[in-house]
Design a binder for this molecule. Structure first.
Ligand code: NAP
Ligand code: MG
Length: 482
């Protein structure tokens, strides 16, 4: 019998007012779990619990915060194989990718455990004689977290860990499609020693649970990762709420990878295949535009096609699989729609794009590579969010750079070159938040800032010490000692 997984509100595990089924995209007959859905009233209860817990947690010692975050980290890391399996089963990433993501979540909690001990302020002389000025950071209060399905444990971790580290309380809404990892993470957090109400889990849809978070005057800040379309709604709601909420948005991408004539072809192909197709291309940092200069273009396309032929697309939990299934039917429909659009626009489908049959019913798609694309096509301008990439031919470096920046997005970018001159120039002139040289556009460290610019991101950066800009508010205090 399936055990119904509950929500965590005010320190209690509580039933919901509906059930959401978590389906394995590698095998749609496999129900990963059943999860209680929170309604508006329960979400309000979670917000009230977080509000009640905020003053005491805001005054907790760095040691208390370190102990809780460190304990969470230790348990996540100790269970990374088991949780990685759950992740791969519910989201469709391969098992090694799932385990890697879980390990990353554990490392993020370890990082912020340390940060809890490092938070200091500044004290300085006033410009007026005899006065002292102090600058300190205080928690925001209740922070609402709304996360997407594609990184079901790492993204919640990189929001929850800094929120708790800097003394905030949390109401967490995972994506309804993948509640398993969010639930498992919540169980670990629940036994970390933090007081009741400091952390709350509310599983449910964006339109009910998400909306309630956005409407509540008791939520001080919203950290959101997801699509541009939802991000805009979040921004509007945060500005219209009274008081206005602080918000940060991490959204879509149309990330370019430039391949220059002087690139090491082998390196370029590995970087492109990883960046464009691993994790089924369902990464905000995926390279979906491969901008290749004329001298290497044909060799690159030939080598890419050869490499793609050698990839195994199958059940995410099987060993030796390179690419798992697409996450669900609606994402698969979107991928297929864009493959059709690309063909209709006149790009050449050089490889893949067809549905695959495997032992179990799942959303298996052969990774698609378009060539003869140009940067005005919809497949080069709009985020597909699947294993679909297009090659755009450029005359030279200058044209490649211009195409690279000709996008409304600005999350990640990359260049493959052996030239220090072009690598340096690209790092300085690429209009993206993260730039990679001879590395996939996806794949980042956990101790440094993550985020983009232009249409990809809004507000303070996430991760690393920069996370404190969002999760704290600054106070300036003046003293006249007398
Ligand atoms: P999404 O549809 O925008 O959903 C993201 C979250 O917002 C989900 O939890 C969703 O809830 C919730 N939501 C939806 N409508 C809402 C509303 N009206 N009010 C409040 N919350 C609402 O995005 P997704 O399909 O899950 O994720 C894919 C997108 O995320 C892609 O665009 C990708 O590029 C982006 N992404 C960006 C980053 C980054 O760091 N830049 C990282 C990963 C992913 P439910 O779906 O549960 O109803
Ligand atoms: Mg699922």
């Amino acid at each position: 019998m399936t055990v119904l997984q509950k929500n965590f509100i005010g320190g209690e595990w509580v039933d919901g007012s509906g059930i959401t089924k978590n389906i394995n995209p590698s095998n749609t007959n496999d129900v990963v779990g059943e999860y209680a859905k929170a309604d508006k009233a329960q979400t309000e209860k979670a917000i009230a619990a977080a509000k009640a817990a905020a003053p005491a947690w805001g005054r907790s010692t760095p040691q208390e915060r370190f102990d809780a975050l460190n304990k969470i980290s230790v348990e996540i890391l100790a269970r990374k194989e088991e949780l990685g399996r759950l992740l791969a089963r519910e989201e469709g990433k391969t098992l090694p990718e799932g385990i890697g993501e879980v390990a990353r979540a554990g490392q993020i909690f370890a990082f912020f455990a340390g940060e809890a001990l490092r938070l200091t302020g500044e004290k300085g002389a006033s410009v007026r004689p005899g006065l002292e000025v102090e600058i300190t950071r205080e928690p925001m209060g209740v922070v609402g977290m709304i996360t997407p399905w594609n990184f079901p444990i790492a993204i919640p971790a990189w929001k929850i860990a800094p929120a708790l580290c800097y003394g905030n309380t949390v109401v967490f809404k995972p994506a309804e499609l993948v509640p398993g990892c969010g639930h498992a993470l919540s169980e670990i957090i629940a036994r970390s020693g933090i007081p009741a109400g400091v952390f709350n889990l509310v599983v449910g849809s964006g339109s009910v649970v998400g909306q309630t978070l956005l409407e509540s005057p008791d939520v001080a800040a919203i950290s959101f990762t997801g699509s541009v379309q939802t991000g805009r709604k979040i921004a509007q709601a945060c500005v219209l709420s009274n008081p206005m909420k602080k918000f940060q948005l991490e959204m879509g991408g149309k990330n370019p990878l430039v391949v220059l004539d002087d690139a090491d072809l082998k390196v370029a192909v590995e970087v492109a295949v990883n960046g464009a197709y691993f994790s089924t291309g369902q990464r905000c940092t995926a390279s979906s535009r491969l901008i290749v200069t004329a001298g290497i273009h044909d060799r690159f396309v030939a080598a890419m096609t050869e490499r793609l032929k050698g990839l195994t697309i199958d059940d995410a939990l099987k060993s030796g699989v390179h690419i798992g299934p697409v996450v669900d039917q609606s994402q698969l429909d979107q991928d297929l729609r864009y493959i059709k659009i690309g063909q209709d626009e006149g790009a050449k489908l050089a490889w893949g794009g067809e549905l695959l049959n495997r032992e179990t019913p799942g959303f298996y798609l052969q990774p698609a590579l378009f060539t003869e694309a140009n940067n005005q096509m919809r497949i080069a301008r709009e985020e597909v969010f699947g294993p679909v990439a297009c090659v755009i031919r450029a005359k030279d470096y200058e044209e490649a750079l211009a195409i690279s920046n000709d996008t409304e997005f600005g999350l990640a970018s990359g260049i493959c070159t052996t030239s220090l001159k072009y690598a340096s120039h690209y790092k300085r002139n690429s209009e993206a938040g993260m730039v990679m040289v001879n590395l996939p556009t996806a794949g980042v460290d956990y101790h440094v800032p993550f985020g983009g610019r232009k249409g990809s991101s809004y507000g303070a950066r996430e991760q690393g010490a920069y996370a404190r800009e969002f999760y704290t508010t600054v106070k300036t205090a003046y003293t006249f000692p007398g």
